[in-house]
Design a protein around this ligand. Structure first.
Ligand SMILES: NC(=O)C1=CN([C@@H]2O[C@H](COP(=O)(O)OP(=O)(O)OC[C@H]3O[C@@H](n4cnc5c(N)ncnc54)[C@H](OP(=O)(O)O)[C@@H]3O)[C@@H](O)[C@H]2O)C=CC1
Ligand SMILES: CC(=O)[C@H](N)C(=O)O
Length: 266
């Protein structure tokens, strides 16, 4: 095992707006140097300058399109080789909300490439490096839509369901190590993602919308309380326990080795 570094670096993908920009600010406030990743250089550089000044940390902007193989590879290399990286926030994501049958291949492919492939590749690059140091945190941002599909969210919900199951499996694999995976499942949060998705932010019930600051602060409070699964807007935490109990009972029910009696197959 290599020794943990005294320098603390966090990589935040999708830091140029919304939830990622607030993560950058909050992690800088906790003393982390930052590597900020997204496509919009101007936004990233302005944020890097602002958080460096506000919190006295170092922040580097890396312009990358995480739907592109070579750009993901550049961030994978940093994760695999920079021994100071302690946190990966897999936040970059996009939504295209429309019936799947009417969605073009580009919109299907870009959601899968960013929400699933990039998140998975970056996590897979981080895990061996973190395990070697027996230290590290991966924050995977799914969505409440990971457990709920709408007629316009089949692809987006599917990508977030992947993040849920992938993160749950990893948590079990890493349980005996010092590496932690926090799975975050926010509900509607007021960001640019909505106007880009085809469902304008203004069309949502404003009472169901959380601010980015509240969302990230709740997620970090959950992390500080030792949560591995955080539902920032869910007041009754026992709902997840009940969901898990039902899911586990359903899975146990599949292990019968014969057709269910209701099918009357002898
Ligand atoms: N807002 C909400 O209601 C909810 C959001 N989420 C999830 O939260 C995460 C953050 O989204 P949110 O802050 O809302 O949305 P934003 O649209 O504000 O932020 C998305 C971020 O991802 C970046 N991004 C988009 N495409 C790419 C790309 N090809 N390569 C690299 N970066 C990219 C954007 O930067 P740039 O365009 O500069 O590349 C931006 O920084 C997403 O994973 C989303 O699914 C989950 C539940 C609810
Ligand atoms: C645009 C959305 O659907 C939102 N990101 C969510 O996950 O709820």
């Amino acid at each position: 095992m290599t020794h943990p570094s005294s320098k603390k670096v966090a990589i935040v993908t999708g830091a140029s707006s919304g939830i990622g920009a607030i993560y950058a600010d909050r992690l800088a406030a906790r003393g982390y140097d930052l590597i900020l990743v997204a496509r919009r250089a101007d936004r990233l550089e302005a944020l890097a300058a602002q958080v460096s000044k506000a919190h006295g940390i170092k922040a580097e902007a890396i312009v990358a399109d995480l739907t592109k193989d070579q750009d993901v590879a550049r961030i994978e290399t940093i994760l695999a080789t920079n021994g100071d990286v302690q946190i990966l926030v897999n936040n970059a994501g996009l939504a295209r909300l429309a019936p799947a049958a009417q969605m073009g291949a580009d919109d299907v492919g870009s959601q899968i490439a960013l929400n699933i492939t990039a998140l998975t590749r970056l996590t897979q690059a981080a895990v061996p490096a973190f395990v070697a140091r027996n230290q590290g945190l991966i924050i995977n941002i799914a969505s409440a839509l990971a457990v709920h599909s709408l007629p316009i969210s089949a692809i987006y919900s599917g990508t977030k369901a992947f993040v849920l199951q992938y993160s749950r499996g990893l948590q079990q694999e890493l349980a005996e190590t010092g590496v932690k995976v926090q799975l975050l499942l926010p509900a509607s949060t007021a960001t640019e993602i909505w106007d880009l998705s085809g469902v304008p932010l203004a069309a949502l019930n404003q009472e169901t919308l959380m601010t980015t600051e509240h969302m990230v602060d709740a997620a970090l409070a959950g992390l500080d309380q030792g949560e591995t699964i955080t539902w920032p807007s869910v007041a009754d935490a026992s709902l997840w326990d009940k969901y898990e109990a039902a899911r586990s009972a359903l899975f146990a029910g599949t292990q019968a080795g014969k057709p269910a009696p209701r099918y009357k197959i002898v």
